[in-house]
Ligand binder design. Sequence first.
Ligand code: ZN
Length: 242
Amino acid sequence: MRVLVISDIHANDAALQAVLQDAGAVDETWCLGDLVGYGPDPNQVLERVRGLPRLRCIFGNHDAAILQRMELEAFNGDARTSLIWTGKVLTPDNLNFLRSLAPLDEVDGVTLAHGSPRDPTWEYVLNTLTARLNFTHFRTPFCFVGHSHVQSMFELDEDEDRVTTSPNRVSQVIPMTRRAIVNPGSVGQPRDRDPRAAYAIFDSKERTWEARRVDYDIAIVQKRIRDAGLPPRHALRLDEGW
Ligand code: ZN
């Protein structure tokens, strides 16, 4: 089964459209949360995601804040401004969709979490130590996470009890031979200094992972952020991917 794995769309509909087009035909789409926040098009993104056939989707910390399951004070000033705006513009149907999402899911041998399996909504898996501690918090061979906005793969060597990670390889089909915590990167706000939209293709039968990147029209999104009166910083960062 060919699975499109996406995360952290952050109301960037132009990036989402580019990803869906670039991915081509898939059997399922798994979305790891943070559909809204930062970006100018939360309703368009939610409608597009809701319309995807065979979708699995969980919520992230920004989605949780919209649902008042998390304090807005936990976010920095600009992120908070964007969340307050998002809460005002979302349609009732889109709010209900967010409300229907769970913080964790399990499908086809894979655990889905926004941040980490140990602390699904908040913890960042950014290094081998955090990854090591998290391997005892899920039972499936693989766990897919988002939240850090950085494409990465942490693999557990069970004989040596050691977690390793290697530099991200874009457009290479990588065999997944060990238990792993994997991040497809962020569709709508990459933070690894590569401004292209990030996503991944997972083949659940062959057990392979392919990290992918695709260009999209960043200028249009920046203009929409400014026109909506959202913090200009969220437009600026899209150019450089931070
Ligand atoms: Zn995010």
